[in-house]
Design a protein around this ligand. Structure first.
Ligand code: CTP
Length: 387
């Protein structure tokens, strides 16, 4: 179980942190919290003591003088949220006049710092210079968001969302196997329009592709996602380009193909499209025949144009998974293929086979995130053996 230490400082966004702690506990993290004296004016120690694995304030430090060392050694990840301008300035200058700041000095890994403050304060040269210096020291600044602030001004300064804060915690914990690799991932379902309001599509939720994108980012890759229609939340901190049709997806993928070191075609691409798209909504009639024409096979085209890229495909099959999978691996000139049974589409859990020129490996996980980690382990292993 990973150990997360959260430093809460005296900003109004402190009221959001108990919710973050609850979510981290739900995701099986151990969580301890340090409150600065000013944070205690916004939120009580009792709140955190009730929901976390330990809450600490200045008074605890007076009773236990080595508490800062103990907490710094305990933490796998140290997040400061919200980080006020005052705390940011003090960290930058090595000031250690409370338990939180002293623990920061005793901690020898990169910190996660999530500033939250009034937008004018955030943009001030003092705060910006301090943040710049902290970045130079390899600390991660989780940029605040744009929105209505507590002071009723609108601007940058809102504490990063819970989802983003948690995503950065995962980032901090993951090994950087894919550092600096450029990864292009497609996901979701393409839509082929019959008329302006009707289309042919499929059940893909996009969850597998988004999970692959999250894990790749956590492991240090530069990730771009091209997504059709999806029905699960978007992964934070990742560039996503939206497309509708297979032709749009093809164009977008080809635009980025030379840039990418690794391409994963996870999208559930429509194999056919109506031969004509009516510009007007089609009126009801006794009988309607749709003529479908074949769409380009994007992956096959990528296989033909392959130079340096490591190419990954997915296959969804009702039967003979391994047989058809092996055939697609060769036909589409892939380095790796993930073959899934049809019930994987749109479902939470995930099982299937990883098929490479070297062999076949079965996997079964209760979440797509676990499958994504397994697939990336396999890709990293294969890349490490490349000359
Ligand atoms: N794919 C693609 N372009 C298409 C169809 C599929 O790029 N027009 C990609 C998918 O993203 C996936 C892989 O090809 O990575 C396999 O798709 P699948 O539909 O299972 O295979 P097909 O080759 O279309 O064969 P079949 O439908 O006959 O099983």
């Amino acid at each position: 179980m990973h150990k997360i230490l959260i430093g809460v400082t005296g900003g109004i966004a402190a009221y959001k942190i108990p919710d973050l702690v609850r979510e981290l506990k739900r995701q099986n993290f151990q969580v301890k919290v340090i409150l600065t004296p000013f944070a205690e004016k916004f939120i009580t120690k009792l709140t955190f003591a009730t929901i976390s694995d330990g809450a600490y304030t200045q008074e605890d430090w007076e009773d236990k003088p080595l508490l800062h060392i103990e907490l710094a050694r305990w933490a796998d990840v140290f997040l400061i949220a919200p980080a006020t301008a005052n705390t940011v300035g003090k960290i930058r200058n090595g000031i250690a006049d409370n338990l939180l700041l002293t623990t920061v000095l005793a901690y020898n890994k990169p910190l996660l710092i999530a500033p939250a403050m009034n937008t004018v304060m955030y943009k001030s040269p003092q705060v910006q210079e301090n943040l710049k210096k902290l970045k130079e020291w390899n600390h991660i600044i989780i940029e605040p968001e744009f929105g209505v602030l507590a002071c009723e001004e609108v601007g940058e300064g809102k504490l990063a969302s819970k989802e983003r804060l948690i995503d950065w915690i995962y980032f901090s914990l993951e090994p950087k196997h894919l550092k600096d690799l450029k990864v292009l991932i497609t996901c979701g379902a393409t839509r082929e329009f019959i008329d302006p309001v009707r289309y042919i599509s499929n059940l893909s939720s996009g969850e597998m592709g988004f999970s692959l994108a999250r894990v790749a980012r956590w492991r240090g890759a530069n990730v771009k996602v091209i997504a059709g229609h999806t029905s699960v939340p978007e992964p934070p901190e990742i560039q996503i380009t939206r497309v509708n049709t297979t032709e749009e997806m093809r164009e977008e993928v080809l635009k980025h193909y030379d840039w990418a070191n690794i391409v994963i075609m996870n999208a559930a691409v429509s194999d056919y499209r109506p031969s004509q798209t009516s510009p007007k909504k089609i009126k009801k009639q006794e009988k309607l025949t749709l003529e479908l024409v074949k769409n380009p096979d994007i992956l096959e085209e990528l296989g033909k144009r392959k130079k340096h890229q490591f190419l990954v495909g997915f296959a969804l099959e009702s039967e003979n998974l391994i047989h058809y999978g092996k055939e697609k691996l060769i036909r589409k000139n892939l380095d790796l293929l993930v073959a899934n049974p049809t019930e994987s589409m749109g479902s939470k859990n995930h099982r299937g086979y990883i098929i490479t020129p070297d062999g076949v490996e079965e996997f079964s996980f209760s979440t797509k995130l676990e499958s994504a980690r397994f697939i990336w382990d396999k890709i990293a292993e294969m890349l490490s053996k490349r000359p």
